[in-house]
Design a protein around this ligand. Structure first.
Ligand code: LUZ
Ligand code: MOS
Length: 759
């Protein structure tokens, strides 16, 4: 028990290196002699015909080694992952402001950047679209629309005494990983290339580099030590920079490095997809939601990137944690002239969930009831069907709601809020509940597989490789725990290797909250195979007739539960001397899951994660500013395998979600130019804007067998607690101005709050 406790509170194994500044990121890799530096020249307009690129002045600058454009691509000038609609370098047309056109390589970074500014492109302007509804009107769709149907909304409306409709919008979100995008590639022998990339998807980088260079995948090795944050922004969009440095290595046979500056990164990369949506909600006299219709217009940007998959998850999560018997939800992926938008923590789910919360808030206001009454009455119960056909198994929607309202005394919060508002004219408090439900698995079934490679060295130390990318989320810490627990040896015996495509191939990106589950399960399989092998050796060594009597506990072989004289190191050495293999791979493919896109039905998720947050806010009704007094959460961790790491994910996700809902305002002008292009014009949460009190309670729930050690995925779900921030502010605004017609247009910036207060 004691052992297990210390295990579950193991500190992130990177914490020591991080606080001492010793952890290695791409820009910290010791450079090889002869290293050159890259810089991108990107489109200064959002749409147009690319007539001519003049690189003469750039090439003439002393120190410039080469300038590469689409003409220098030996393979395919194509980096689109889902749909081949995105060139590495613009060719003939530019589609967004910031689209890479050329890649300058020079002796120093400064020279490369200076040379990039000397490039001139002749571009004949074309009309620019930034609005997804306009794009849809003009037939600019990335892919055919998708519709999820449950029951029959058309007839259900007749049974609804209360029907409300409206619009809801959410803006995009800059990922703002602390480590900007970047890559460093080196030539290896025989034309092979090694790429260090700050990517969530090493295989995506490998595959795309091979495609662009016209090489087989085995010619490209991608290595990732860790990322200074990804949040989805490096699932697909770490690839172009890695491919550019690889292209330069291909031609120059010299190491080439390119690390984006913050403003380059903000300008050239896509963000969370903004959405604008229409909703219609029908309730019966008992506040049961009978029917829900939603139409989502996703702003995909100029190319597909991951947007079709994001769109799908919007539909999967369009009813959040509620059971709605009649649903029709349609989603359009709209092509605009913004940088291609992409994965961002939640992956379309938050965008879908905001809309039904807006619909509920609208109904609640019209009916004169608290939104919480509607929310609570419609929480998923066991056996309820999601619109995509999967049935809710062990939904913790009701349990987490009940636990939150009980533990945090919702009645008391309500009383305090009313009492405060009764005596304060210029400050108003509001609170909101936010239940969440998030499906765990890549929505694309085939991506739900992973592999691990374990070496036990003959001194008893262990090296672990998996396809998981450490990006601050603590996955390496969890992988270490898996190996330590299966072998029952000390943590210190185990080392996590870098994520490398030559050791673990064909990886799915570290994404979809599924990394610890998929790679942890693969690792568990590999470790168990080795353990069984070692037990056979132990039985031979100790002359134990029955191998099943052998166990290893805390580094010692036990026979029928009795400690023996044989320790781990000796056992491992004996196995080696007996020429028993001390290396093993594990392969895991999530069982049960499937999805039929022709019917839009199936069982896409291994399991769901639930939870409930109560958000309390105080609005300054003179200024429109606000402060979050508290966010109190009951979260369904299952049987958390690391409470420190998991709690950190909840706190970080929550604050990131609050930022999206309140402060972070992406602004493109009509010409498609990003105006919020630096940290001076784009505000992210800081120490002053986080809630003064964040409480996280672990729901007493068993977890799922499809979660690693029953410890449920925790990466993305907490972001959606942040949605409660919008509705808490709205409730405070309503305490001041009961007549307000909510715009449901997030983020609810102080400017918009002020407007709403005095509407
Ligand atoms: N990436 C992806 C994701 O490719 N498929 C997904 O379902 C997903 N979900 C969340 C985050 N990233
Ligand atoms: Mo390298 S770019 O140090 O393999």
């Amino acid at each position: 028990m004691k052992q297990e406790q210390t295990h579950k509170s193991l500190k992130n194994i990177d914490s020591h290196g991080h606080v001492r500044g010793e952890s290695i990121y791409v820009d910290d890799i010791a450079v090889q002699q002869g290293t050159l530096y890259g810089a991108v020249y990107d489109a200064p307009v959002a749409h147009g015909h690319l007539k001519h690129i003049n690189v003469r002045k750039a090439k003439a600058l002393p120190g410039v080694v080469a300038v590469f454009t689409a003409a220098d691509v030996p393979g395919e000038n194509q980096i689109g992952g889902i749909i081949p609609d995105e060139p590495l370098f613009a060719d003939k047309e530019v589609h967004f402001w910031g689209q890479p056109i050329a890649f300058v390589v020079a002796q120093t970074e400064d020279i490369a950047r200076e040379a990039a500014q000397l490039i001139e492109a002749e571009i004949t302007p074309l009309p620019v679209i930034t609005d997804p509804r306009e794009a849809k009107e003009k037939g600019e769709l990335i892919a055919p629309p998708r519709t999820f149907v449950l029951g029959d909304t058309a007839t259900a409306w007749q049974a609804c005494p209360h029907v409300y409709s409206g619009q809801a919008s959410t803006n995009g979100q800059e990922h703002l990983y602390i480590e900007t995008q970047g890559a460093y590639a080196c030539p290896a022998e025989n034309g092979n290339i090694k790429i260090h990339s700050s990517t969530q998807g090493p295989t995506a980088v490998q595959k795309t580099a091979a495609r662009v260079l016209g090489l087989p995948m085995h010619a490209i090795e991608v290595d990732v030590t860790r990322l200074g944050g990804g949040f989805g922004g490096k699932e697909d969009q770490a690839t172009p920079w890695a491919v550019m440095v690889a292209l330069a290595v291909y031609h120059l046979k010299r190491p080439v490095k390119y690390i984006l500056h913050r403003m380059d990164d903000m300008r050239m990369t896509g963000k969370r997809n903004p959405y604008t949506s229409d909703f219609k909600i029908g309730l019966d006299a008992n506040l049961k939601i009978i029917a829900y219709e939603a139409t989502f217009y996703q702003n995909a940007g100029a190319a597909a990137d991951l947007s079709p998959a994001v769109l799908e998850r919007t539909l999967f999560h369009c009813t959040n944690s509620y059971y709605v018997p009649n649903v029709t939800a349609t989603a359009y992926s709209c092509r605009t002239n913004l940088p291609p938008n992409t994965a961002f923590r939640g992956f379309g789910g938050p965008q879908g969930m905001f809309v039904i919360e807006a619909a509920i808030a609208k109904a609640a206001q019209a009916l004169g009831v608290p939104a919480a009454d509607i929310q609570q009455k419609n929480l998923l119960q066991a056996g309820d069907s999601f619109p995509y056909g999967q049935k809710a198994e062990n939904p913790e929607a009701v349990s987490s709601w009940s636990a939150a309202t009980r533990k945090y005394a919702l009645d008391h919060i309500a009383q305090q809020t009313n009492a405060f508002n009764a005596v304060n004219a210029h400050y108003k408090k509001g609170y909101a509940l936010m239940p969440i439900c998030f499906g765990i698995s890549f929505t694309k079934t085939l991506m739900n597989q992973a592999r691990a490679l374990v070496h036990i060295y003959h001194d008893g130390s262990v090296g672990v490789s998996t396809g998981a990318v450490e990006m601050g989320q603590g996955v390496n810490t969890k992988m270490l725990q898996v190996a330590a627990q299966v072998f029952s040896i000390a943590n210190e015996r185990i080392k996590l290797e870098t994520t490398n495509t030559t050791r673990v191939a064909n990886t799915s990106p570290s994404a979809a909250s599924a990394t610890a589950d998929l790679n942890g399960k693969a690792l568990e399989i590999a470790c168990r195979k080795l353990l069984e092998r070692l037990k056979v050796v132990a039985a031979e060594e100790l002359a134990i007739a029955n191998v099943t009597d052998v166990t290893i506990n805390n580094g010692w072989v036990h026979a029928k539960g009795q400690k023996t004289e044989l320790d781990w190191n000796t056992l491992v050495l004996q196995a080696f001397l007996k020429r028993v293999s001390l290396s093993e791979v594990g392969h895991y493919a999530t069982p049960r899951i499937h999805f039929d896109q022709s019917k839009e039905k199936g069982h896409p998720f291994a399991y769901h994660v639930y939870g409930t947050a109560i958000t309390e806010v105080t609005v300054d009704c003179i200024r429109g500013t606000y402060e979050f007094d508290a966010v109190k959460i009951v979260h369904d961790f299952g049987a958390s395998m690391n409470t420190i790491v998991d709690k950190g994910q909840i706190e970080g996700g929550l604050v990131q979600g609050i930022g999206w809902m309140t402060l972070e305002e992406l602004e493109y002008n009509k010409q498609g130019k990003l105006l919020s292009n630096a940290l001076s014009t784009y505000k992210v949460p800081d120490i002053y804007s986080v809630p003064k009190d964040i409480q996280v309670e672990f729901l007493a729930a068993e977890g799922s067998n499809l979660a690693i050690f029953k410890s449920k995925a925790v990466g993305e779900p907490p972001l959606m607690y942040g949605i409660g921030a919008y509705f808490a502010i709205l409730n405070a605004v309503r305490a001041f101005n009961p007549q307000v017609t909510p715009a449901f247009d997030a983020p609810f910036t102080p400017e918009k709050v002020l407007t709403a207060l005095y509407e």
